[in-house]
Design a protein around this ligand. Structure first.
Ligand SMILES: Nc1ncnc2c1ncn2[C@@H]1O[C@H](COP(=O)(O)OP(=O)(O)OP(=O)(O)O)[C@@H](O)[C@H]1O
Ligand SMILES: [Mg+2]
Length: 338
C-alpha cells in the first residue's frame, strides 16, 4: 500500500540503434506523493529526460520500455497512444526547457490556452476564456486580460515559460513534470519561475517533478531528491538529509560544485572524467572509474538498486566507510582519501 500519486518501479528504457542498444534507464524506482516536489539531478545523459518521457508515454516507438509506472491506480506502461493522450494533460503534464516547443507561434496565447482547456472537457468559449485569464494571472502574467490576445513572440523568454506553465496546469493535473524549465533563462527570471511553481504547488496541491543539473536550484524548492547516474538512481532521500549527510561519492561531488559559504569562491572539488557510454556497459559500479573511494569490489559488481520505500537510500559498496568519514567533502580534493 502506498499513498503515492505516481509510482515508478524498476523502469527500464532501451534504444536499439545501428551501433548497439543504448540502455538509457536501468531500473529506476521512486514515489511521488500528493503536493510534493521531487528534484531529479544528475549530469547530462544520465537518463533524467528519458525517465520522464517514459512516464508521459512520449518516447519514440522504437524505445523498449519495461517495469511499471502507475498514476494513481492506472498502469501507464503498455498503453496505446490514444489512451495516453487522455491521461496526458489531464492527470500529468510536462514543461520542457524551450517554451517554443510547447507554443504555436501562429496563434495567440489565449487561443492556445482555450483550446487546451477545451481539449479535455466541455466548456463554453466565454467560460474557457475566463479560466484562461485566471491561469495567466496565477502564473504571474501582468494584465492577463490584455495579454490574452498576444502572440508568443510578443512575450519575453521568462513570460513565455509562464504561459507554458499555464498551459500545463490548465486541466488541473495531479502531477507536473518540469524538465529543466529554467536552464535557458537568466538567474533572476529563473528565481521568478521557481516562485511561480512553488505558488502553484501551494494553491493547487499539484505534485511536481523538477529536473535539473543544478543541485543549487533545488535547495529551498524540493522536498525530496533523486540523484541519477548512468541510468540509475544512486541516492535518494529528503533534501535536507541528502545535503547534510550525502552518502554516495557522486552526490558528494555534485554538492562540492555548489559554491558554499565556506568555499570562499573556490571550486571546492570537481568530479574528474565523464559518465560512461550506455551502449557497452562494463561490470561493476559505473561511477567507480571516477570515484576517489573505489576499491576492487566496486569494479566487479554493481551495487543493488536504491529501494524506493526507504527514507534515505544509496547505491554504493562503500556506504559504511563514507558514513564513518569525518570530512566527506574533501574526498575529491585528496585523491588518496581511502
Ligand atoms: N531516441 C534516442 N535514441 C538513442 N539514444 C537516446 C535517445 N534518446 C536519448 N538517448 C540516450 O539516452 C541517454 C539518456 O538521455 P537523457 O536525455 O535522458 O539524458 P538527460 O539526463 O536528460 O541529460 P540532459 O541533462 O543533457 O538533458 C543518453 O545517453 C542519450 O544519448
Ligand atoms: Mg534532459
Amino acid at each position: 500500500m502506498t499513498d503515492a500519486l505516481l509510482q515508478v518501479r524498476d523502469l527500464t528504457v532501451e534504444f536499439p540503434t545501428d551501433d548497439g542498444v543504448v540502455r538509457a534507464v536501468r531500473g529506476v524506482s521512486f514515489d511521488l506523493r500528493r503536493g510534493e516536489v521531487l528534484g531529479i539531478v544528475g549530469e547530462s545523459g544520465c537518463g533524467k529526460s528519458v525517465t520522464n518521457l517514459a512516464i508521459m508515454g512520449l518516447l519514440p516507438k522504437t524505445a523498449r520500455v519495461g517495469g511499471s509506472v502507475r498514476i494513481g491506480d492506472d498502469e501507464v506502461i503498455g498503453r496505446f497512444p490514444g489512451e495516453m493522450r487522455e491521461i496526458r494533460g489531464k492527470r500529468i503534464a510536462m514543461i520542457f526547457q524551450d517554451p517554443m516547443t510547447s507554443l504555436n507561434p501562429v496563434y495567440t496565447v489565449g487561443w492556445q490556452l482555450v483550446e487546451t482547456i477545451r481539449a479535455h472537457r466541455e466548456m463554453k468559449k466565454a467560460e474557457a476564456r475566463a479560466k484562461a485569464v485566471d491561469l495567466l494571472r496565477l502564473v504571474g502574467i501582468p494584465n492577463p486580460d490584455d495579454r490574452f490576445d498576444s502572440y508568443p513572440h510578443e512575450f519575453s523568454g521568462g513570460m513565455r515559460q509562464r504561459v507554458v506553465i499555464a498551459m500545463a496546469i490548465a486541466n488541473d493535473p495531479e502531477v507536473l513534470i518540469a524538465d529543466e524549465p529554467t536552464t535557458a533563462l537568466d538567474v533572476t527570471v529563473q528565481a521568478q519561475i521557481l516562485d511561480t511553481l512553488q505558488r502553484i504547488r501551494s494553491e493547487t496541491g499539484t505534485a511536481i517533478v523538477f529536473i535539473t543539473h543544478d543541485l543549487g536550484v533545488l535547495a529551498g524548492m524540493a522536498d525530496r531528491l533523486l540523484v541519477m547516474y548512468a541510468g540509475r538512481v544512486v541516492e535518494s532521500g529528503r533534501i535536507e538529509e541528502v545535503f547534510d549527510d550525502p552518502q554516495m561519492p557522486y552526490t558528494i561531488g555534485l554538492l562540492g560544485a555548489i559554491p558554499g559559504e565556506d568555499s570562499h569562491g573556490r571550486r571546492l572539488n570537481q568530479i574528474k572524467g565523464a559518465p560512461p557510454s550506455l551502449m557497452r556497459i562494463p561490470e561493476g559500479c559505473l561511477f567507480a572509474p571516477r570515484c576517489p573511494l573505489a576499491v576492487d569490489a566496486c569494479g566487479s559488481s554493481e551495487p543493488g538498486a536504491v529501494e524506493p520505500e526507504i527514507d534515505h537510500g544509496v547505491a554504493c559498496h562503500r556506504v559504511n566507510d563514507v558514513k564513518a568519514m569525518a570530512d566527506r567533502r574533501s574526498i575529491f580534493l585528496n585523491e588518496r582519501a581511502i
